[in-house]
Design a binder for this molecule. Structure first.
Ligand code: DAK
Length: 259
């Protein structure tokens, strides 16, 4: 597969790395880029050798948002009738293996929303997050008003969404948006370390863990706990559960086969 707006490679034959690549536009997310991103994610998800994916950008920008130039002249009829860019933005939600966002520089608007659609965010110390759509006369359109409050609470989400200001990596970590901050020059090394750790476990278990944590954001606590219990019980049907527990009992490393 060859791409125009992203680059794709694998690390250790296990981790799929997707790099957003529109440097002159600070990785502004146009429709074609989102199609390519979806294709790359789906291909990695379907590849049995791949256990985890990373989405990253450049040092200066993870992504500075959806492409404003491309949106500027659309009318309501254009965006509503054609369901403007929605379908291609939803692809990432269907990805079942873990996806980590490695964010350096600007993650604004759709860029921040894309990072939030990933399973967790590792931020470089120069990262800046924000939902500045209010400055353009609109509001976030790819889940920002829903995922940001879930991540950082109402007050900070309102602050960021209504003022359009950016928050730095320290504030983002304190608020719970990012899982950890690392020095810029260690961003890929640290993210890859996390990804390889995930790849070392049973794919069935990591997929189930992702599915179950995501369930926490839908429905009631009781439903979520029941969902988790069913998945937990189901994992006892896997060879990997036998292997993982036997390895612990016999004080040896586990060799998971994803079965
Ligand atoms: N779109 C297009 N071009 C962009 C861009 C963007 N979002 N952000 C930056 N660029 C371009 C600039 O126009 C400039 O191009 P040239 O002038 O060199 O040709 C180049 O990138 C470098 O930018 P600057 O010269 O501005 O660089 P600075 O370092 O001075 O400033 C900045 C960096 C990130 C603070 C600034 O560029 C900026 O404020 N950018 C706009 C950020 C923004 O407003 N983002 C939100 C966009 S709205 C939806 C899905 C998604 C969305 C909506 C709906 N559905 C599924 C329905 C998302 C909407 C948005 O993201």
């Amino acid at each position: 597969m060859s791409f125009e707006f992203i680059t794709v490679h694998t690390e250790a034959d296990k981790v799929g790395v997707i790099t957003l690549n529109r440097p002159k536009q600070l990785n502004a997310l146009n429709a074609d880029l989102m199609v390519e991103l979806g294709q790359a994610l789906k291909a990695f998800d379907a590849n049995e050798a791949i256990g985890c994916m990373i989405i990253t950008g450049s040092e200066k920008a993870f992504a500075a948002g959806a492409d404003i130039g491309a949106m500027a002249t659309y009318s309501f009829a254009d965006v509503y009738k054609n369901d403007y860019i929605t379908r291609d933005w939803e692809t990432i939600r269907s990805i079942r293996k873990p996806v980590i966002a490695a964010v350096s520089g600007f993650a604004l608007g759709g860029g921040c929303e894309l990072a939030m659609m990933c399973d967790f965010i590792i931020a470089a110390d120069n990262a800046k997050f924000g939902q500045p759509e209010i400055k353009l006369g609109v509001i976030p359109g790819a889940g920002g008003t829903q995922r940001l409050p879930r991540a950082v609470g109402k007050s900070k989400a309102m602050d960021l969404t209504l003022t359009g200001r950016m928050m730095d990596a320290t504030e983002a970590e304190r608020a719970g948006l990012v899982s950890r901050i690392v020095p810029l020059d260690k961003l890929m090394e640290e993210t890859l370390g996390a990804a390889l750790m995930i790849c070392g476990y049973s794919q069935i278990a990591t997929m189930a863990a992702k599915e179950s944590v995501n369930r926490a954001f839908e429905g009631t606590l009781a439903d979520g706990v029941m969902f988790e219990r069913r998945l937990f019980h189901a994992l006892f049907a896997t060879t990997d559960q036998k292997e993982g527990m036997d390895a612990f009992v016999n004080k040896r490393p586990a060799a998971f086969t994803n079965q």
